[in-house]
Design a protein around this ligand. Structure first.
Ligand SMILES: [Zn+2]
Length: 440
């Protein structure tokens, strides 16, 4: 992510307003939360139709009369926004006509296909986003006097007030080598460590006995990547502190985040989330569906019914933490990393990843690195950098388990390699399906 360099003078009153509001809203009764969502959703759509040329053309093409949209259910007739639309129409038609792009933040994501998607948001939206990020941490016990260290590509603007020991933030560059990152960690000794799951996992592996005495975070918050429960447990044990996770995308910012009870509360004040089946109909509570998002706070460039490519389910059960935002019950990972079997069945990448993790946990030196790629419907390859204690026998057991998951109809081959090409991407991607990408 790269921000264009606009003046980031913190607007105190606006920030305070967002900070208070974003901490009160999750505690409101559900009927009031739903009313707020409805109001913001309808406003977003009507404003987008009047001010964003893309939506006017797109909806006119479907003969949609947006004046008829007066309830949450009325949005079901709106066609989806796809990444391709964003790529083709940014900035041009996708920007609010009243926007001065020079005064906006411009950001981008490479996404899983390697093709970039760029987008913009206003300063006011950015301040709101910062407050939702703050809420991610307050939900897990962060206090303003904690020292925070973020592992990010670019530093976040600091909220630190000079002379006051509050909101102290430090930046650990995500692309720095691990030795440098460990050095910074020893220097900053943060109370809260936040960043990419794979990097913090690597840090956990690199902690020495001495490090454990001086690096003592109170909480760790993982972001940006899918992590397994086993990985989070490993990190938690290594750093002797609780580890939490959040779910966000570059385009929409925070979607859901764990509270102390490890429930992922959906940030309904930021995004409206739909869970849909293959025909675009709502799935029921607890059923797996494709996640479709509508941003509620970014009038400069709203994303309406945006197909982000993830799948999951929700529950309306109350959480003991007292927040009334619904809970993302299962998060099955990127839809485009799902293996599609020759019989059409879909296998979640998390299930495959967990199988590898299980073996790594019992045999830590079995493999150094791997990447499991479904290249054809009936053919997948494990690219493998073997570990010091690689054993063909043990690997056969792993493949047997993968075969069971893949219903024995996908041929699995192992290719021993010297390095695994991640195409310079920061995000790790251990499970990839070229088949589901081609079918997108
Ligand atoms: Zn909760």
């Amino acid at each position: 992510m790269a921000y264009n360099k606009i003046n980031t003078i913190i607007d105190g009153p606006l920030l305070l307003k967002h900070a208070i509001q974003s901490h009160i809203e999750p505690q409101l009764p559900r009927n009031i939360i739903n009313k707020l969502v409805k109001k913001r959703l309808i406003k977003t759509i009507k404003k987008a139709y009047s001010n964003v040329p893309f939506y006017k053309e797109y909806y006119d093409g479907y003969k949609i009369d947006v004046t008829n949209i007066n309830s949450v259910n009325d949005i079901k007739n709106l066609p989806f926004l796809l990444k391709e639309h964003v790529r083709q129409n940014f900035p041009g038609k996708l920007l609010n006509i009243h926007t001065n792009l020079d005064k906006c933040y411009i950001s981008g994501t490479t996404g899983s296909t390697g093709k970039s998607v760029n987008f913009a948001y206003s300063k006011s939206t950015f301040f709101f986003y910062l407050c939702t990020s703050l809420r991610v941490y307050t939900m897990i016990g962060y206090k303003p006097w904690y020292k925070m260290a973020f592992i990010k590509y670019t530093p976040l603007p600091s909220l630190n007030i000079p002379c006051l020991p509050l909101f102290k933030t430090y930046h650990i560059p995500s692309i720095a080598p691990i030795d440098k990152q460990m050095e910074l960690l020893r220097e900053y000794r943060p109370d809260l460590l936040a960043g990419y799951a794979s990097i913090i996992y690597e840090m956990a592996h690199n902690l020495t006995e001495n490090d454990r005495k001086i690096i003592r975070p109170k909480i760790i918050s993982l972001n940006s990547e899918l992590s397994t429960i086993e990985e989070r447990e490993f990190i938690s044990q290594a750093f002797s502190c609780p580890v939490y996770d959040e779910y966000s995308t570059e385009e929409t910012w925070m979607i859901a985040s764990q509270c102390k009870y490890k429930n992922y509360h959906i940030f309904l004040d930021n995004v409206y989330v739909e869970f849909l089946d293959d025909e675009g109909k709502d799935v029921g509570e607890g059923e797996i569906g494709e996640i479709v998002l509508t941003t509620l706070r970014s009038p400069v460039m709203p994303f309406i019914r945006y197909k982000i490519g993830d799948i999951g389910s929700y529950t309306l059960e109350e959480c003991p933490c007292g927040r009334h935002f619904p809970v993302l019950k299962s998060f099955e990972g990127r839809a485009d990393d799902i293996f599609i079997l020759p019989n059409g069945k879909k296998i979640s990448s998390l299930k495959l990843l967990n199988t590898f993790t299980k073996f790594i946990k019992s045999d830590p030196k079995l493999m150094n690195e791997f990447k499991f790629v479904q290249e054809k419907f009936d053919y997948a390859v494990i690219y493998l950098i073997p570990g010091e204690e690689y054993s063909e026998e043990r690997f056969k057991e792993l493949i047997n388990q993968l075969n069971i998951i893949l219903e024995k109809i996908v041929k699995i081959e192992i290719k021993i390699v010297d390095s695994i090409n991640n195409q310079g991407k920061i995000k790790r991607k251990a499970i990839e399906s070229l088949v589901s990408k081609r079918n997108k």
